[in-house]
Design a protein around this ligand. Structure first.
Ligand code: ADP
Ligand code: MG
Length: 703
């Protein structure tokens, strides 16, 4: 048996958490720091010096040699610049270890290598990282040794956000402020802070490292660009929740251990729908910590997979025709004294505050469906959304029977008088306890589903940061709260006003509610009748960032300026164009250097066989027929390849921006499909021994 350990002993052992701070910091310093964390009070440099010193001592005891400001630029991954703790050598030739308050609070990485979308001319390469003290520092141990990681936000010299975290923190402030207004209206005078809580479920694939290394598409793009479906597909339902095989189990054990050490509450793990696909979910946490932890989860999955001779694929669609990967972003709003604003209680129809919150969310999602859709777009997710496995690209809300009924009552009679009960679930087995049935069934096809006391936004891509979706959620709900409060704070008769408002919002935004099958064609038509947007691709989604509606929303709550939104749109077009360009070039490379040569060799063998069989006086018609078929497909491949080369060159020569991205989407992407089609047909008929790379079957069933 492998090593065993006590989770409670190792949990958070590499985190500079509250216990460590309390133990190590002088009382006053600890109090000041808590004030900064809880109330956003600024820290003076002398206090910061003390914290930095203790943090350094603690990290060095853990073996750390370096520290880094850990940040989330707009490339989608995290970035860091490492500095060692050593200061200038002393006269005796020895060296001191130092880390100042200034170094803790502010860093200055060279910003010119990160995308800024024109916000920062390269001659003004300065960017600053600023300590996000609400997300604890931690020591990460990997092949590079141990490093003290300080979660930070990343801004330009002039204060524009260059990262995912700055707007996230701003959006958390916005929803805090507006939710507190709303709570006060309902007589709550005790809650001091409202925080969005997030629990993301992360899906991923594992493949054997040796096979991965034989596929340039996986190496360069994270997904297969060619590949025929294996005879054994995912129709094998027994895999779902199947016994996690030993190799995978060993991997998961190490992932959990690594995550627990850095304070990530890895909680559930199971196999997913597709073969070789798995899922990991932590316990929900405050939004910004959940985002940081999701990055740590993705990095840890990748690192530990390598240690186990595997590769972790985070791409949304590693295999065409096989279920892709996403993230379910579970979202709720909680007060510092533990009240969840999304908890309907047993009798939701009587819970006026809940009904107001709920109808505000209906309004927010209906009004800004385009922004939510955009927040879930990345090049990989274009393969998933609307493809009958992930939610459709149309945003709608699933409320479940009970709440839908309450809303229905409100709309028709203006009054909700009762709530449907859950009842008891008959298992038919007398030894099993009687389970009480949820008042709400599950709906797996909805992009935005109410699940008991939270909303689950299911469109997010597996590789994408969850920061973007939460920025949008926090801000649009803050706006709806603000608009409701503007009305209710001035109402003469509060009870009547709130009642009318709930009814008004429910009526005006009922079109966003859909409890049926989101995968059906009928829904696509119905959604169109309702006037709901159906935004099919990333390039079509990006413009929603810069509409007047979006600018007004984000500027009102100081989440993004117009310039920041424009820069983000620009970066997204660039990111899209780059991603498709790399895919196209990888396809060209594989087709020219691996696939076509392998087929030429194979056709020669076949031709030799035909001749030999004929010379022997036998019937070679089957061999000749196969040779003809393969030669035909080879010609098709060559033609499609030439076309792809041409259009990729044309795209590369275009000026960066929307037109280029649209060209990549409409022309290059389509030409990639045209090249893939004959190659996949060839893979089905060419001798497996002759095929130059591992097949889907090899990758998915032999982990
Ligand atoms: P599912 O049945 O959808 O797989 P899980 O029990 O695995 O649900 O939970 C999914 C995620 O939702 C977990 O990360 C969990 O911590 C999180 N979650 C649970 N309650 C809340 C809540 N009130 N707010 C935000 N996230 C929550
Ligand atoms: Mg879920």
């Amino acid at each position: 048996m492998s090593e065993v350990f006590n989770v409670a002993d190792i949990f958070g052992e590499d985190v500079f958490n509250d216990t460590v701070m309390q133990e190590r910091l002088p009382k006053k310093v600890y109090r000041d720091l808590k004030k900064m964390i809880e109330e956003g009070k600024e820290l003076d440099l002398a206090t910061a010096d003390v914290i930095a010193h203790e943090m350094k001592e603690w990290a060095i005891e853990k073996g750390a040699t370096h520290y880094t400001h850990w940040f989330q630029p707009l490339t989608g991954v995290t970035a860091e610049k490492h500095d060692s703790f050593i200061s200038a050598p002393m006269e005796n030739g020895k060296v001191l270890m130092s880390f100042s308050g200034k170094e803790l609070i502010k860093g200055e990485p060279d910003a010119s290598s990160f995308p800024s979308g024109g916000l920062r001319a390269t001659f003004e390469a300065r960017g600053y990282t600023a300590w996000d003290c609400t997300s604890p520092a931690f020591v990460r141990k990997d092949a590079a040794g141990a490093t003290l990681c300080i979660p930070t936000a990343f801004c330009s010299y002039t204060g524009e956000a260059l990262d995912q975290k700055t707007p996230l923190l701003r959006s958390m402030e916005a929803i805090n402020e507006q939710a507190l207004r709303l709570l006060r209206l309902f007589g709550n005078t005790t809650s001091k802070k409202v925080t969005p809580s997030v629990g993301p479920e992360q899906e991923y694939f594992l493949v054997d490292a040796e096979k991965f290394e034989q596929r340039k598409d996986l190496i360069y793009t994270g997904r297969t660009l060619f590949g025929a479906m294996p005879p054994k597909g995912q129709e094998l339902d027994d895999h779902y929740f199947g016994t996690i095989r030993q190799r995978i189990a060993g991997f998961m054990k190490d992932v959990n251990k690594e995550l627990w050490k850095v304070g990530v509450t890895a909680k559930t793990q199971h196999n997913e729908v597709a073969p070789a696909q798995h899922e990991l979910a932590p316990i929900y946490a405050p939004c910004n910590i959940a985002v940081d932890h999701n990055h740590l989860i993705m990095q840890t999955l990748k690192r530990v997979a390598c240690q186990h001779g595997m590769k972790c694929l985070l791409h949304e669609k590693p295999f065409a025709g096989v279920n892709g990967s996403g993230k379910h972003n579970n979202w709720s709003i909680t007060t510092d004294d533990g009240k969840n604003l999304l908890d309907p209680g047993k009798t939701p129809h009587e819970n006026v505050q809940f009904l107001l919150v709920l109808t505000c969310i209906l309004k927010a999602v209906d009004t800004h469906a385009d922004l939510l859709r955009e927040s879930a777009s990345d090049p990989g997710n274009d393969h998933r959304l609307g493809a009958n496995e992930a939610p459709p690209a149309i945003i709608s809300i699933f409320l479940g029977e009970q709440l839908e009924d309450v809303i229905e009552q409100l709309i028709t009679t203006g009054e909700a008088t009762h709530s449907l009960k859950g009842g008891k679930l008959e298992t038919g087995v007398s030894t099993l306890p009687e389970l009480s049935k949820d008042a709400t069934d599950r709906n797996r096809t909805s992009p935005f589903a109410f699940t008991g006391n939270k909303f689950e936004f299911r469109m997010v891509g597996s590789r994408d940061s969850i920061a973007g979706p939460n920025v949008v959620l926090n801000t649009i709900v803050a706006e709806a709260f603000a608009e409701a409060c503007d009305i209710l704070e001035n109402a003469e008769d509060f009870d009547k006003a709130v009642h009318d408002l709930i009814k008004q919002y429910a009526t005006e935004h009922q079109r966003i509610i859909f409890n049926g099958n989101g995968y059906s064609d009928a829904w696509v038509e119905e959604a169109e009748r309702r006037g709901l947007p159906n935004i099919k691709s990333m390039v079509d989604a990006i413009p929603s960032l810069t509409t007047d509606k979006a600018v007004k929303l984000f500027e009102k709550f100081h989440v993004f300026t117009k310039a920041e939104l424009e820069s983000r749109a620009e970066i997204k077009y660039e990111n899209y164009a780059k991603a498709i360009n790399i895919e196209a070039k990888t396809m060209i490379d594989m087709a020219s250097k691996q696939i076509i040569p392998a087929i030429i060799k194979y056709t020669k063998e076949l031709a030799d066989t035909v001749n030999a069989v004929k010379a022997a006086g036998a019937d070679a018609s089957v061999q000749a027929e196969l040779l003809n078929e393969i030669s035909g497909l080879l010609a098709e491949t060559k033609k499609a390849l030439s076309h792809l080369i041409e259009v990729t060159e044309e795209a590369g020569a275009m000026e960066e921006g929307r037109d280029q991205a649209v060209f990549y989407h409409d022309v290059v992407f389509t030409s990639m499909d045209a090249l893939r089609a004959p190659v996949d047909k060839l893979e089905m008929i060419v001798d497996k021994e002759a095929w130059p790379m591992p097949s889907y079957g090899d990758l998915m069933f032999e982990v």
